[in-house]
Design a protein around this ligand. Structure first.
Ligand code: C5P
Length: 235
């Protein structure tokens, strides 16, 4: 796995659609994010098949439940050979610790485990009004990131705009995986806290997660390459 990379959010409804998309890439094997829609539709078989084709995988199921349930669910997921998976930091330090314990394989290895701070579709106004969180968005993100570090996880999912302050609070080695990426000339859609691939690199993202700007592009391979060049520097 590369230290800095572009992860494509394969938010497709079926295996057929996913492979039609992945077949467009010839020799490149982009890092693929499998989210709830695809996983719930196709189950673990889709993970095994994408892995067999040589793609690194981020299994984005955002677990959030009582610690015992999360521990056991992670133990099952650890048998899938994914490279990264995640939980919600809102589940508390105890839940995150349980996730990490459950995820570890008998040989001591495990995928990277990261925690979602606040979804990049959530605005501070909605967080305060609907969730009764009185802190600011930045305070919440930093606190969730520190909790994640304390629980022994590898990093967080956050907006690219927050990657710098997360690194400052948790250290350079603490990973930031950032969705909410848009080209300067693209559509924001439902995302609120967004920036471009190049700016995400400047702020300190380790991995950017890009969905619709690639999957809905007229030429997805070209859009992916544009992200890689802007974010990583070279193809
Ligand atoms: O299409 P778009 O680029 O907005 O896709 C972003 C992806 O990142 C989606 O799969 C979404 O579920 C995911 N994500 C997010 N914000 C988070 C965590 C994950 O947008 N905080």
């Amino acid at each position: 796995m590369k230290k800095r990379d572009v992860i494509i959010a394969c938010d497709f409804a079926s295996a057929a659609e996913t492979f039609r998309f992945l077949d467009r890439f010839e020799s490149e094997k982009p890092f693929v994010k499998i989210g709830m829609e695809l996983y719930y539709a196709e189950g673990p078989a889709i993970v095994r098949e994408i892995k067999r084709r040589g793609h690194p995988i981020f299994l984005d199921l955002k677990l959030h439940d009582i610690p015992n349930t999360v521990r056991k669910a992670m133990a099952v997921l650890s048998r899938l050979d994914v490279d990264m998976c995640n939980v919600h930091a809102a589940g508390t330090i105890e839940m995150m610790r349980a996730a990490r314990e459950g995820l570890t394989r008998p040989d001591g290895t495990r995928p990277l485990l990261i925690a979602v701070t606040q979804l990049t579709s959530t605005s501070q106004e909605r967080m305060q009004r609907e969730l009764l969180v009185n802190a600011t968005m930045d305070e919440t993100i930093v606190r969730y990131a520190l909790n994640t570090k304390e629980a022994g996880l590898d990093g967080v999912v956050c907006s690219p705009l927050e990657a710098g302050m997360v690194k400052k609070a948790c250290g350079r080695d603490f990973l930031t995986v950032t969705p909410g990426i848009r080209f300067a000339d693209g559509d924001a859609g439902d995302q609120v806290r967004i920036t471009t691939p190049a700016r995400a690199r400047e702020i300190g993202s380790d991995f950017i997660v890009v969905g619709r700007p690639v999957t809905a592009a007229a030429d997805p391979v070209a859009a992916y390459r544009r992200c890689v060049v802007d974010f990583v520097g070279t193809m």
